[in-house]
Design a protein around this ligand. Sequence first.
Ligand SMILES: Cc1ncc(C[n+]2csc(CCOP(=O)(O)OP(=O)(O)O)c2C)c(N)n1
Ligand SMILES: *[C@@H]1O[C@H](CO)[C@@H](O)[C@H](O)[C@H]1NC(C)=O
Ligand SMILES: CC(=O)N[C@H]1CO[C@H](CO)[C@@H](O)[C@@H]1O
Length: 799
Amino acid sequence: MSSSTSDIQSPAVVQLDIHKVDKKTIEPYILMQRAANYLAGAMIFLQSNFLLERKLKPEDIKPRLLGHWGTCPGINLVYAHCTRLIKEKSLPMILVTGPGHGAPANLANLFLEHSITRYYSDYSYDRQGIERLLKGFSWPSGFPSHTNSEVPGQIHEGGELGYALAVSFGAVLDNPNLIATCVVGDGESETGPTATSWHAYKFIDPAVSGAVLPILHLNGYKISGPTLYGCMSTEELVALFTGYGYQVRIVGDHLDDIQQDMAVSMEWAIGEIQRIQKAAREDGGKNRIYRPRWPMLILRSPKGWTGPKEAHGKAIEGTYHAHQVPLPKAKQDDEELDKLQEWLQAYHPKQLFDERGQPVKAIQDCFPEDDLRMGMRKETHQGTYKPLELPDWKEFVYDKDGEQSSMDLAGAYLAKVIEKNRHSFRIFSPDELTSNKLTRVLDVTNRTMEWDRDLVGQGGQIIEVLSEHICQGLLQGYTLTGRTGLFPSYEAFLGIVTTMVIQYAKFLKLGQETLWKQPLPSLNYIESSTLWRQEHNGFSHQNPAFLNNLMNLKSNMIRIYLPPDGNCMLTTIDHCLKSTGYINLIVSAKNPTPIWLTSAAEVEEHCRAGVSVWPKYSTDGGKDPDVVLVGCGVETTYEVVAAAALLRRDCPELRVRVVNVTDLMVLGMTHSHRLVQNEFDAIFTPDKPIIFNFHGYPSAIKSLAYDRVDNRRMKVHGYNEEGTTTTPFQMLIDNGCSRYDIAIDALHSLSPKDTQEVAIKTRTLISNYRHDIHQHEKYSVATDVDPEDDLLKVFDCHR
Ligand SMILES: Cc1ncc(C[n+]2csc(CCOP(=O)(O)OP(=O)(O)O)c2C)c(N)n1
Ligand SMILES: *[C@@H]1O[C@H](CO)[C@@H](O)[C@H](O)[C@H]1NC(C)=O
Ligand SMILES: CC(=O)N[C@H]1CO[C@H](CO)[C@@H](O)[C@@H]1O
C-alpha cells in the first residue's frame, strides 16, 4: 500500500476544461432532457391533449394539480448525462434520487428509456402509453406523486427526505462494479441523516466495493424558503466538502454551457472513481491510495429551470414558487393557462414524439442496451439475491445447566456466518458491537474503516458508526440489492430509526405487490442491552418502544422474537437470516442468564411452536391449572419461573402452569403465526387467570390479546416507565415485574371458592412477599447489589 496521502490537501474547487467535449455528442441528450421536461411538466397538469395537438383549454387541465416541478429539470439533466456515460462506457450504474417528490422526472425518463413499458405492459411505448402515464400520474390507479417501489429502478422510498445517500452507499458495498449516482436535495441536506451520511465513503474499500457519486442538487430553495446550502458561498461549500474528504466540482455556474459542463464533470467523476478503484485492485493493491478523495458534484440549477418564468408579476423560475405546481390556477385563470401553453409548447413536443407518439429516433438512440438502462438493472429488482450459507446452529448449543449470555452465544454463531459469507453478509452497528457482547465476530473479521491506517484494506465485514441513521441506510441499501445484513443495537436507541423502518416497510409492501420484483433478504435487528439490564446506565437507557412501533406495521412482514435463553437465540437468528421479505426483530440479553432448554431438540420444538408450556417449572401436572403464569423476554421469564418456585415452596397445593412465549406474533389474531383459538385455549386455558410478565410495555400484549381473552382474566406486567440507576432486581420491583409481584397477583386472582386451602393462606403469603420486597429494597440501598438468588433450587432439575 502506498503511504502517500490523498491527492488534494487544501480546499480547492476542481477545474476542468469544459470545451473539450464534442458538443455534437451531447445534442441527443439535450433533446432527451427536453422530452423528459415536457413529460414531467405535462404530467402534473394534463388530462387530455397530451401532446398539445391543439391549444390548451381549461378542460384539458386536471381537477387536482399535484406533483412537484421544481426539482425535475435538475434530475432530468442528471438522468440524461448518466445515460450518456452508461452508453458510452457500458457502466453499471443506478440512480438514487433523494427528493422522491421529483417522481415526474424519474417517470418521464423511465418511460423514454422503455423501462415503464417493459414492466407494465399496459403502458405501451406510444401515444396511448404517454396518455396513461400523464393522466395517471397522481391520479387514482396511476403512479403516485413520490418515487416508490412500483417505479422501476428504485431502491429508495422517496417521500421522507434524508436517507438517499446512506442507502446508496449500502447498495455499493460488496458490489465492486456498481456505481450509485445519488441526487441529494439541498433541502434534504439540512437533515441530520444526510449531514452525517457524507462520511459513509469511509467504509468503502475500493477493492471490494463499488462507488457512490453524490450530486448535491443546489437549486437554492426548499418548499417555501431558501436552503442553508443555497446561502453558502462557493468557498464555504468547497471547504466543507473538502473537509468531509471529497474532491468537489461545481457544475452550472453558467447556464449557457451547463450541458458541456455536466458532460465533462461526469466524465471526470467517473474517471476519478476508476482511478481510485484501479489503484486498489491492480497489482495486489500495492498502489492503493490511502484516503482517496472520491469525487462529488455540486450542481447549481435554477429551481424549476425552463419552466414558467413568472405569473401575475411574480417570479417563478429560480424561486421556491417553482417547488410544487408552478401555475396552480391553470384551470381557472386565463393568464396561467396561457403561460402553461407557452411553457409546454416551448419544448416543441412535435419535434420530440412522432405521429405514433413514440419518442423520435434520436432520443431512442440515446439509451444503452436493455439491462444497462437505469430502470432495468437487476440489482434494483432484487434479481441478485443469493441465500446465505449458514452453519448448523445446533453445533453452538450450550447443553449443560448453567448461565450463558445469549449475545455471546450468538456471536460465536455469527462468526461462522461471517467466515462462510465473505462478500454477502455485514453487520452494521452504532458503536455497540463489544458492548452488546458480539465480540467473538472480531476473531474472524475486522471493522471496516478505510480512513484508519491499521484497518484500511482489511476486508472488514463490520461497520461501526455512531449513527443509527447511517446503519439503517446502509442496511437498507445492502438488503435491497440482495445481500443480508444484521443491525444489533441498544434497545433504547433503535427507536431513532423508527420512521426509516416505517418507510422501508411501505417500500417492501408495494414491492411485494409488484409482480416483477423478486424476493429479497429480510431486514434483521437484534435489540440488546435491554432495559432490564440498563439499571447501571439508568432511566435514559430504558426504552422498549421500537417493538411497539413495529407492531403497527402490516403483520405479514413483521416478526418479533423474544428468545428466553441463549439456545433459543441461536435458532432464532438462524431462522431470521434464512428468511426473506420480513422485518425481523429479536429482543435479546447480553448478561449471562439461565439456559432453560439444554437440548437442540427441545429448543427447536419450543421455537418452532413460538409458545409452549414449560412442564419442568409447572405444578399442574399438565392439566387443570388454577393459574397460568406467562413469561416473555429473558428477565421477565426468569421472574415467572422464580414466582412459580415461590408458590411451589410456599403453596404446593396450588396448580401453577408456566408458559413461555418466544414468538410474540402467536398471540394476535391476524398474524400468520397466530395460534388458532383452541390451541390458545389449550395452552392458556379457556377460563383461568393469566398473569403475563412481558419484557416491554404492557400495551403491546394488551393490543395483541384484545380479541382473544376477557380483560378481567388477564393481568399484564411490563415496563412501566419506572427506572433510574439501581440494581437489576430493583428495576423489576419498581415496575411490578418481580417474582413477588407475579406471585401476589397469582394469589389475588384465585377465587376462594375453588381453592379453599390456598385461600386461607393467601393473606399471610401476600404479606410475606410484600415484606420480602421491602427487605430487598433496604438491602440494595445498603449494599448497592442484589442478594444472592438461590430460589430456583426449589426445582431439583435446576442448578
Ligand atoms: C423528512 C422530511 N421532512 C420534510 C419533508 C417535506 N418536504 C418535501 S419536499 C421538501 C423540500 C425539499 O427541498 P430539496 O431537498 O432542496 O428538494 P428540491 O428543492 O430539489 O425539490 C420538504 C421539506 C419531507 N418530505 N421529508
Ligand atoms: C484485522 O486487521 C489487522 C490489521 O490491523 C490484521 O492484522 C488482522 O489479521 C485482521 N484480523 C482479521 C480477523 O481479519
Ligand atoms: C423448561 C421446559 O419446560 N421446557 C419445555 C419447553 O417446551 C418444549 C416443547 O415445546 C418441551 O419439550 C420442554 O421440555
